[in-house]
Unconditional design. Structure first.
Length: 225
């Protein structure tokens, strides 16, 4: 099921970067970077498929996160172990089946890309004692919206049509997991889940000053389980 789901992501709306099937020719470290990202996503999802309790759905993939790791709200710096000392987040918290790999060129950022949302999300899970294998992270728009004037190392807000294009994948993603609580990270995700008729809980997006409220809401959710 999971390999089929990943293959279903191949067809990509114009103006979006697909980390699992597109090569970032300017910034990727190796030509087979898309294959690496597909494999890492597959490991991440497979190791959680029959045990996850929570699905956290954010807005869209970012260049500092899933663009190079293949995993939503997860940065290379986490995969490479550079967030362990400060935040307690270990590479094996993401997946255990293989050694994680970076796909960005080291001369861009030596320790790998670091995404604020990813750092806050994973740091909060560890700080609150939530088993990261009970949590699956995803996006309403699974691909990366970038600013064409700034290039692939940029983010932009998804367009309405792009949000709509992500709906069928979001619906399929949710069906991969049984008996889970779906949590919308931000208003746009709430709208997408509402359109699908999926029961969900909304939380504040941790970016732009929302981290304290996000942590409080996450703590409240975990306390109910």
């Amino acid at each position: 099921m999971i390999p089929n789901f990943i293959q279903s992501l191949k067809r990509t709306p114009k103006g979006l970067f697909n980390p699992w099937f597109h090569q970032d020719k300017e910034n990727d470290l190796v030509p087979n970077a898309p294959e690496i990202r597909r494999r890492q996503l597959e490991l991440y999802l497979t190791e959680r498929q029959h045990r996850a309790k929570y699905l956290f759905i954010a807005e869209a993939l970012g260049y500092q996160g899933g663009h190079f790791t293949g995993i939503a709200m997860t940065s290379e710096r986490i995969l490479l172990g550079h967030q362990e000392q400060k935040y307690g987040v270990k590479p094996e918290h993401v997946f255990r089946g293989e050694n994680p790999l970076r796909t960005s060129r080291p001369d861009l950022i030596e320790q790998g890309m670091s995404e604020p949302t990813a750092t806050i999300m994973w740091g909060a899970l560890i700080d609150l004692g939530i088993d990261p294998y009970d949590v699956v992270l995803w996006n309403s728009v699974p691909w990366h919206p970038y600013n064409p004037k700034k290039g692939l190392l940029s983010n932009r807000t998804p367009l309405t049509g792009e949000m709509e294009a992500g709906l069928k994948h979001l619906k399929a993603f949710i069906t991969l997991f049984d008996d889970v609580q779906v949590i919308a990270v931000g208003r746009k995700c709430e709208q997408s889940l509402g359109e699908l008729g999926v029961e969900h809980t909304g939380v504040r997006h941790p970016a732009n000053g929302g981290a304290p409220k996000f942590r409080t809401q996450l703590k409240q959710i975990a306390a109910k389980k």
